[in-house]
Design a protein around this ligand. Structure first.
Ligand code: ADP
Ligand code: MG
Length: 342
C-alpha cells in the first residue's frame, strides 16, 4: 500500500499501534502536541520534536538561514506552549550539504539561539551529519509543566466555547507574497508596496510562539483543551474534536483575520478562508473553555499580554460533526485535513 492511501495521520496511527505499551508514567503519549511523562508527584516532563526539510518546510530563496533556524525552534516551543508548559532543554540534529558555508550553518544556530534566549531555555546537544543536497533540521525540546496546569487536545466538553489567540492566515499570506516576489510575475508583486505586507511577511519569516498566553490560559485552570495552529484552523479543530470525542461548529465571520491578510488575498485573487482553514503555521492557540468562565479568562490574558482572543465557535456532541457556519446561518462540513505530506 502507498503512503498516500492512509496519509500522515493514518501512518502515525499505525506506528502508535506498534509502539504502544501501558506504562504508568506516560500521562500523554502519541497524539498530542507533546508527550507528558511523570517525573514527580506534581511535575510532568514534556517532550516534543519537529523536523524541517528544505523544499517541504522552507525555501532558501525566500528565507535567510537565521530565519530558518528561528522558525524550526519556534515550532517546538509552540508545541510545549500548547500543553501549558515552559521549554527547558533542546537537542538539535542537523543535516548539511557540502555547499553550505560555515557562516550559513552558524546563522541557523544564531536563529535558534535567539528563540532559546527569548524564552530562557538551552540547547544542550544534538547531532551533525552531511546531506546529499538539502538542509534538514530536527529539534527535540523538553518542557516542564505542573500536572494541574497540563492541557491536552482531549478535554473539550460539549457546550464549551472555541477560542483563538491573535489572528489567523497571516503566515500563509506572507508566504504567498514571498513566493510571488521570487517568481517571474514580479511586476504583480511590485504593485503592492513592501510596507503594505510587512506584517504578514514577518508572520511567515519570524513567527512568535504564544508561550506567555498559553501559560496564563493553562494556569487559569479553566481551559479544557488546547492546541497550537501549525497546520491551519480546520485540521487543528479536527484534532481537538477527535481527541475529545466531540463535534464543533466554527462561525466563519468570527475568525480573526488581519487587514493585511485580507488585502494580500485580494491582491493575489486567493481565498482568505483557504489561508485560514488550510494554510500554514500561524502558531496561534486554539482552546476551549466553558461559557461561564470565558470572559474573565480572556480579559486577564488581554490585560497581561495585550493579545486579543476571539470566540470563533462552540463544541458540539460528536454526532454533529465539524461544521462551518456562514453569516446567513448556512452550515457546511469543514474539511479537517491540513497540509498533505503524502
Ligand atoms: P504537531 O503538529 O503538534 O507537531 P504532529 O501532527 O506532528 O503534531 O504529530 C501528532 C502526534 O503524533 C504527536 O503526538 C507526535 O509526537 C506523534 N508522531 C508523529 N510522528 C510520529 C512518529 N514517526 N512516531 C511516533 N509518533 C509520532
Ligand atoms: Mg502542535
Amino acid at each position: 500500500m502507498k503512503l498516500g492511501q492512509i496519509g500522515e495521520f493514518g501512518l502515525i496511527a499505525r506506528f502508535k499501534e506498534k509502539v504502544f505499551r501501558p506504562e504508568k508514567r506516560v500521562v500523554v503519549g502519541i497524539g498530542d502536541d507533546a508527550a507528558a511523562v511523570r517525573v514527580s508527584s506534581k511535575q510532568l516532563l514534556l517532550l516534543t520534536t519537529d523536523i524541517l526539510v528544505e523544499g517541504v518546510h522552507f525555501d532558501r530563496r525566500l528565507q535567510s538561514f537565521w530565519q530558518i533556524g528561528w522558525r524550526a525552534m519556534v515550532a517546538n516551543v509552540s508545541d510545549i506552549a500548547a500543553m501549558g508548559g515552559l521549554p527547558s532543554f533542546a537537542l538539535v540534529s542537523i543535516c548539511l550539504p557540502q555547499t553550505i558555508s560555515i557562516e550559513q550553518a552558524e546563522e541557523i544556530y544564531d536563529g535558534m539561539q535567539a528563540v532559546a534566549d527569548e524564552h530562557h531555555f538551552q540547547i544542550v546537544g544534538g547531532d551533525t551529519v552531511s546531506s546529499p543536497r538539502d538542509v534538514v533540521i530536527s529539534i527535540g525540546l523538553s518542557g516542564d509543566v505542573e500536572e494541574k496546569s497540563l492541557v491536552t487536545r482531549g478535554g473539550a466538553r460539549t457546550g464549551d466555547l472555541i477560542c483563538v489567540t491573535g489572528e489567523l492566515g497571516g503566515s500563509q499570506a506572507g508566504l504567498a507574497m514571498l513566493q510571488l516576489a521570487n517568481s517571474d510575475q514580479k511586476s504583480n508583486f511590485a504593485s503592492l508596496p513592501q510596507a503594505e505586507w510587512s506584517i504578514v511577511r514577518d508572520r511567515h519569516l519570524r513567527p512568535q510562539p504564544r508561550l506567555k498566553e498559553a501559560r496564563l490560559l493553562a494556569q487559569s485552570g479553566q481551559v479544557h483543551a488546547m492546541i497550537d495552529v501549525s497546520d491551519g484552523l480546520a485540521g487543528e479543530v479536527g484534532h481537538i474534536a477527535e481527541q475529545s470525542c466531540v463535534g464543533a461548529e466554527i462561525y466563519r465571520e468570527k475568525i480573526p483575520v488581519g487587514s493585511q491578510t485580507q488585502r494580500v488575498a485580494r491582491h493575489l485573487g486567493l481565498s482568505v478562508l483557504e489561508f485560514v482553514l488550510h494554510g500554514g503555521e500561524d502558531f496561534e492557540l486554539i482552546f476551549t473553555i466553558s461559557p461561564a468562565k470565558a470572559a474573565g479568562v480572556i480579559e486577564k490574558v488581554r490585560q497581561k499580554t495585550e493579545t486579543p482572543i476571539s470566540i470563533i465557535g462552540e463544541v458540539l456532541p460528536a454526532g454533529e460533526g465539524i461544521v462551518l457556519v456562514s453569516p446567513q446561518g448556512n452550515r457546511e462540513p469543514l474539511l479537517t485535513e491540513g497540509y498533505r505530506h503524502f
